[in-house]
Structure formats: structure tokens, C-alpha cells
Design a protein around this ligand. Structure first.
Ligand code: AMP
Length: 419
């Protein structure tokens, strides 16, 4: 299989699928350009080789063409970061895009308008709000048909396909997966970012150095259930923390006051504890909490056992005993996966537990452990604590990362390497 380093792009046109789905403020200023920066090494390599890049991306969830989600808003930043004047096509298909793609010379780049202006990108119909079931079924069939022509058109611009969009690798969309069928094995490859993401996740999940510890936080157990189940087959230690703590505590008869809880998941919590026992996994739950008399940074606070939280109070962070217990496990680990904060880290008065976890991960990493931090909020955590450079890898993927950890094969990855 070709890689970014083995492929010589000289004289070649590359269709590069990136994830430029960046947040914009009401004046269309980019508030966080991390995703653009993440794709720059791939684009630079193509241009430096003497190739040209036709860049495709989505932005937001448009239902059709709209100025609000136009990629023209981000064009100046892409040009600035890439160091060349990137051209723009006001439509991702049609005469203008075709002509501009055809005229591209070595070292030049063209950004296509938002791929999701077309329903064909996702292959999902966009029927009118009052459409009948019959009309919806017809629209579904039609969009699947027209998706083939759309995909073929995008592929026709280029000699080689590069996927560097980890954020959408779990989607079987036209530009993220289907397009790869139009290129032979030697002319489709992962961009640097996507390759790095795959390497990091596989290092954790498949080439695991033991002990392997996963720390799962966040607000709910329901959204993490498939990951927890898959991890129970892989890890030595599973630390479950954050809001889901209280579903576990209540399931075993604890008094949790007004803490966040999923009452319909109490049986599930018990089953997970049993499953961990059966599989010989050391399941570590918080034993104490920093409690608050309201969901606010300025709330009155105290510490309590997670099983003895008074009414009118809720657990918003782990307490000192749990901090120590978590840190001891983490510091003795050789592979670490962190997904989800262990408290409401957005409030400065309740970020100490997440800080303790982050500190322990950094300490273990210094001792040679491989640490992967991923999934929205834990990335925000290491960024808040200024520790993103002190862990082994910070993933850019949300859903895509979680699906990989769940053990699923991602369509965007399979389309290129076959598995
Ligand atoms: P998730 O999207 O499920 O990963 O949840 C992340 C969110 O969980 C963060 O915004 C945290 O503030 C929140 N969270 C963590 N611990 C708690 C807690 N004890 N109570 C309520 N929310 C929490």
C-alpha cells in the first residue's frame, strides 16, 4: 500500500478529502483552526512534490447550498496556513469546478465548495417536510442512484485519492469512502493525519503493552456502553468516572442526593460490574466526591462518600481518595486511553480530579507508557491544563475515534486498505 512518504505526487492531481469542519462565529471568523492545521502537512507534501491538490470538505450540516456553510469563509486561512493562494470553486461539481481542476498546475491548490451542499455526499434524501412515505422512499432510491454519478464526477478530477479526514472516517459518504472505488490500490492512500490516528489507536488496541488502563468519564454511561463492553475484553484496569459514577453508586444502594443519574441503566451498571469480574478486569470506581449545592462553579462545596450524598447536593468531581486511587493505577500502566473528564472540568472549582488524572497520565508517559487522549472533552481537558504536548497522542476524532475503540471497521479506512 502506498503512503504519503512513498507516493511521489509530481505531475499528479490529488483529490484530498479533509475535515475543515471548523467552528465559526456569527461574523464567519474561525474560532478554532485546529482541523485546518491538522491537514496542512499532507497538503504541503503534495504541493512540494510538484503535485496539485483538489481539496474537498464539508462544513456543518447544510440542507442545501447556503452562505452560512460556505467554505469560502475559511479560504483565506487555508491559503495563509498552506502558504499559497488557494483557488476556490463555487460549486464542488459542474463546469467551474471541472475547468479549475483541469487547469491546476503543479504546486497549485483548489478548494471546492462544501460537499454537503449536495444530498449525494451523504447519500441521504432531503425530502420536503410534508413528504409522504412513498415520496420519501422514492427520494431515498433516487439519491442513492445520483450518488454514483456525483462520486464519479469528484473522482474524475484527480489521478490519486488521499483521505485525511479522520473526523468523517466512520461515514460511508461519497468523498470519504465510495470515491476510493474509482482508484486502484496504488492510487489511494491515507493522509498523514489519518495515518497517525490509525497508528495511535492500533497501538493502544492491538499492540498493547500491559498493564492497559482505560479511563472513561463524561456524563452518561448510556453513550459509552459499547466502548465499555469492548474495552472489557482488552484492558487490565477500567476506571469509570464522571457523571456515570452515580448510576453505579445508586445501583448498589448508595444515596446519591441530586447527582446526575440514569435510572433506566441501574441494571446495566450491575451487569457491567459482574462482567468485569468475569473477565478479570480491575474495575475502579470513584469512592468519594466533591459535592456542590447547585450545578455552578460558585456553589457551596463539601466532600462526601459517593454513597452518602445529602439531598440537595450533587457530585461534580471526584474527591481526594479517588484522585489517589486513580493516579496509582494510571502511574503503573504501560498503555493508557483517556476518554471523558472525571468531573465538570469546565468549572474551575471542579477540574481538580481531571487534572489529577491528566497529571498521572503525563507522569506515566514520561516513564515510557503510550497514552492516547481522545473524544472531545478530554482533549479540551488536556488543552485547558496545557498538557497536550505531554501525552503520546491527542486524537482529533470524535465519533470516528469512539467507533474504532468500539472495535468497528471504519468505512473510510476500509475503502483504502481493504479492512
Ligand atoms: P460526555 O459528552 O458524555 O463525554 O460528557 C462530558 C461532560 O460530562 C463534560 O461536559 C462534563 O462537564 C460532564 N461531567 C463530568 N462529570 C460530571 C458530573 N459528575 N456531573 C455532571 N456532569 C459531569
Amino acid at each position: 500500500m502506498q503512503t504519503m512518504d512513498t507516493f511521489n505526487f509530481a505531475g499528479k492531481k490529488a483529490f484530498v478529502r479533509v475535515d475543515f469542519n471548523v467552528p465559526l462565529d456569527e461574523n464567519f471568523n474561525i474560532t478554532d483552526d485546529t482541523r485546518i492545521r491538522a491537514a496542512i502537512p499532507t497538503l504541503k507534501k503534495i504541493l512540494k512534490d510538484g503535485g496539485s491538490a483538489i481539496i474537498g470538505s464539508h462544513l456543518g450540516r447544510p440542507k442545501g447550498p447556503t452562505d452560512k456553510f460556505s467554505l469560502k469563509h475559511i479560504l483565506p486561512r487555508v491559503s495563509e496556513l498552506l502558504g499559497v493562494d488557494v483557488q476556490f470553486a463555487n460549486d464542488c461539481v459542474g463546469g467551474e469546478a471541472e475547468a479549475k481542476a483541469a487547469a491546476l498546475r503543479p504546486g497549485e491548490a483548489l478548494l471546492l465548495e462544501n460537499l454537503r451542499f449536495y444530498a449525494e455526499e451523504e447519500g441521504k434524501p432531503r425530502p420536503a417536510a410534508d413528504a409522504t412515505e412513498e415520496e420519501i422512499a422514492k427520494a431515498k432510491k433516487e439519491v442513492k442512484e445520483s450518488q454514483k454519478a456525483f462520486t464519479k464526477k469528484l473522482a474524475s478530477y484527480a489521478d490519486v485519492y488521499v483521505n485525511d479526514a479522520f473526523g468523517t472516517a466512520h461515514r460511508a459518504h461519497a468523498s470519504t469512502a465510495l470515491i476510493a472505488d474509482h482508484f486502484d490500490t496504488d492510487h489511494k492512500l491515507f493522509g498523514y493525519l489519518l495515518q497517525n490516528e490509525i497508528t495511535a489507536v492500533e497501538k493502544v488496541m492491538n499492540e498493547t503493552q500491559r498493564p492497559f488502563t482505560a479511563i472513561m468519564g463524561g456524563s452518561k454511561v448510556s453513550t459509552k456502553i459499547e466502548i465499555i463492553q469492548n474495552l472489557l475484553d482488552k484492558v487490565d484496569n477500567l476506571i469509570l468516572a464522571g457523571g456515570m459514577t452515580y448510576t453505579f453508586a445508586k445501583a448498589f444502594g448508595g444515596k446519591i442526593g441530586d447527582s446526575i443519574v440514569e435510572d433506566d441503566k441501574l441494571d446495566l451498571a450491575k451487569e457491567l460490574v459482574e462482567l468485569a469480574k468475569q473477565k478479570g478486569v480491575n474495575l475502579v470506581l470513584a469512592t468519594d466526591a466533591k459535592i456542590a449545592d447547585s450545578f455552578s462553579n460558585d456553589a457551596k462545596t463539601d466532600f462526601a462518600s459517593v454513597n452518602e450524598i445529602p439531598d440537595g447536593w450533587e457530585g461534580l468531581d471526584i474527591g481526594p481518595d479517588s484522585e489517589k486511587a486513580f493516579a496509582d493505577v494510571i502511574k503503573n500502566s504501560k498503555t493508557i486511553l483517556w476518554n471523558g473528564p472525571v468531573g465538570v472540568f469546565e468549572f474551575d472549582n471542579f477540574d481538580k480530579g481531571s487534572r489529577a488524572v491528566s497529571d498521572a497520565i503525563v507522569a506515566a508517559t514520561k516513564k515510557g507508557a503510550f497514552s492516547l487522549v481522545g473524544g472531545g472533552d478530554s482533549v479540551a481537558c488536556v488543552n485547558k491544563f496545557g498538557q497536550a504536548d505531554e501525552v503520546s497522542y491527542v486524537s482529533t476524532g470524535g465519533g470516528a475515534l469512539l467507533e474504532m475503540i468500539e472495535g468497528k471497521v471504519l468505512p473510510g479506512i476500509k475503502a483504502i486498505r481493504g479492512y
